[in-house]
Structure formats: structure tokens, C-alpha cells
Design a protein around this ligand. Structure first.
Ligand SMILES: *[C@@H]1O[C@H](CO)[C@@H](O)[C@H](O)[C@H]1NC(C)=O
Ligand SMILES: *[C@@H]1O[C@H](CO)[C@@H](O)[C@H](O)[C@H]1NC(C)=O
Ligand SMILES: *[C@@H]1O[C@H](CO)[C@@H](O)[C@H](O)[C@H]1NC(C)=O
Ligand SMILES: *[C@@H]1O[C@H](CO)[C@@H](O)[C@H](O)[C@H]1NC(C)=O
Ligand SMILES: *[C@@H]1O[C@H](CO)[C@@H](O)[C@H](O)[C@H]1NC(C)=O
Ligand SMILES: *[C@@H]1O[C@H](CO)[C@@H](O)[C@H](O)[C@H]1NC(C)=O
Length: 175
């Protein structure tokens, strides 16, 4: 496609001036390995499906429970993008199980210290049932999530906390 070629050429010229990578190929208008080349310049090869906001179940099949390492989960399952939806799934409390909830900390320090008193409840103990509680990452800001139960015990000892910084999709929504 002509436009793609021009875009490619422009990128190549920019890249040449910055890293001198294109000169490696004598016929410098086109790189020899496309998949390698595209992946270096912002995953342009991603298809439409991958560009759509995703629904991500927090904890995957583990859902939202005491004792699972959500920091590790977020690290392995990131990056998350703007408009992605986090889905928190947890059962309503009964006689033998403890309640869970979803709180949002205002800053990193309260997150670090599991200071749930300064946090805001975004989902109570019954909102995680069924389809779960849906939280859309609408803003380009860090989000600090935790379970607010038992005055921070679930957050501290239960590892029920994680931080997310949604990223901008490299080239915006696919036209
Ligand atoms: C092109 O680069 C990709 C990623 O580095 C690599 O997996 C692939 O084998 C390369 N293809 C060719 C034909 O060299
Ligand atoms: C787009 O990506 C998704 C997820 O990786 C994959 O399932 C699908 O087959 C891809 N579609 C095309 C047209 O490449
Ligand atoms: C949870 O996972 C993180 C990241 O992998 C790790 O640094 C941390 O030590 C883990 N915490 C526990 C209590 O295992
Ligand atoms: C996110 O969704 C809102 C509302 O649907 C839309 O206006 C906005 O452009 C979207 N942002 C991104 C980065 O996709
Ligand atoms: C209470 O909830 C737990 C966890 O969701 C479940 O495994 C258990 O069967 C429930 N117990 C009763 C008595 O409903
Ligand atoms: C949780 O919130 C829902 C929806 O706002 C409400 O209907 C329900 O009564 C609340 N449950 C508790 C235990 O506060």
C-alpha cells in the first residue's frame, strides 16, 4: 500500500537519523525482516482484536481471594491499557467465609502501608458475585487497589493489593 510505504519511509528516515539502523540494508527503503522491524516501532502489526479494550479477570482463575500474590499477578498480566476493564470476582460472605471488597487508595504511601482508612470503597462485599465487579481504567493515572477488609489485614497479610498504571495504546484505536 502506498501510504504504508510512505509511513515506513518516514519512520525509516527518522530512525536513520537517530540510530543509523536503516543503512545496514543497501536498498535502504525497506527493511529485510518486517516482523522484527514493526515490533521495534510500536507493535503496528497488532490486529484489531488486540487493539480493543479487554476485560481482565483479576487473579485469573484464582479470582479475588486471601493469600494470592496480586502484585505478582499484575506484573505478569500487564501492561494494562486505558479503557481496559478489571473484573473482581468474589463470593458473598457466609457463615464460614470472610468478606472481601475492593478499595482504591488515594496515593502510593497509603497503598504501601495498607492504610484502608484513607481509601475509598468502590465495591462492597456482595458486588463481586456472579459476573463480578467491573472497574474501567478510564484515566491515565496510577490506580492502587486492595481488599479493605479487617482493617488492612487482607491487604497486608493476604497480599490482596496491586497497582496499575494504564498505558496509552501506541497508535490509538485501529481505524
Ligand atoms: C524476523 O525477526 C523475528 C523477531 O526477531 C524472528 O522471530 C524471525 O525469525 C525473523 N525472520 C526472518 C525471516 O529472519
Ligand atoms: C488477532 O489477534 C487475536 C488475538 O491474538 C487472534 O486470536 C486473531 O486470530 C487475530 N486475527 C487476525 C486476523 O490476525
Ligand atoms: C509477591 O510477588 C512479588 C513480585 O513477584 C514479590 O516481589 C513478592 O516478594 C511476593 N510476595 C510474597 C509475600 O511472596
Ligand atoms: C475510552 O472510552 C471513552 C468512552 O467510551 C472514549 O471517549 C475514549 O476515547 C476511550 N479512550 C481510549 C484511549 O480508547
Ligand atoms: C461459604 O463460602 C465458601 C467460599 O465461597 C464456600 O466454599 C462454602 O461452600 C460456603 N459455605 C456455605 C455453608 O455456604
Ligand atoms: C452493596 O452494594 C449494592 C449496590 O450498591 C447494594 O445493593 C447492597 O445492599 C450492598 N451490600 C452491602 C452488604 O452493603
Amino acid at each position: 500500500m502506498a501510504t504504508k510505504f510512505v509511513q515506513g519511509l518516514t519512520l525509516c528516515v527518522i530512525a536513520t537519523s537517530m540510530f543509523s539502523v536503516c543503512m545496514a540494508n543497501k536498498d535502504w527503503s525497506m527493511p529485510s525482516n518486517y516482523s522484527d522491524w514493526w515490533s521495534r516501532f510500536g507493535n503496528r502489526h497488532q490486529n484489531k482484536t488486540q487493539q480493543q479494550p479487554r476485560n481482565i479477570i483479576v487473579g485469573g482463575s484464582e479470582h479475588w481471594h486471601f493469600g494470592y500474590n496480586y502484585t505478582s499477578w499484575a506484573f505478569k498480566n500487564g501492561p494494562f491499557y486505558l479503557n481496559d476493564t478489571l473484573v473482581f470476582k468474589y463470593d458473598a460472605p457466609n457463615a464460614t467465609s470472610f468478606p472481601h471488597s475492593v478499595y482504591l487508595f488515594p496515593n502510593f504511601w497509603s497503598f504501601l502501608n495498607c492504610d484502608v482508612k484513607s481509601a475509598k470503597m468502590v465495591a462492597n462485599s456482595t458486588q463481586g458475585v456472579g459476573e463480578g465487579f467491573h472497574f474501567v481504567l478510564k484515566k491515565w493515572q496510577p490506580y492502587f487497589f486492595a481488599c479493605g477488609e479487617r482493617n488492612g489485614f487482607h491487604c497486608n497479610n493476604g497480599l490482596m493489593k496491586f497497582a496499575v498504571m494504564p498505558m496509552l495504546r501506541p497508535f490509538g484505536p485501529w481505524p
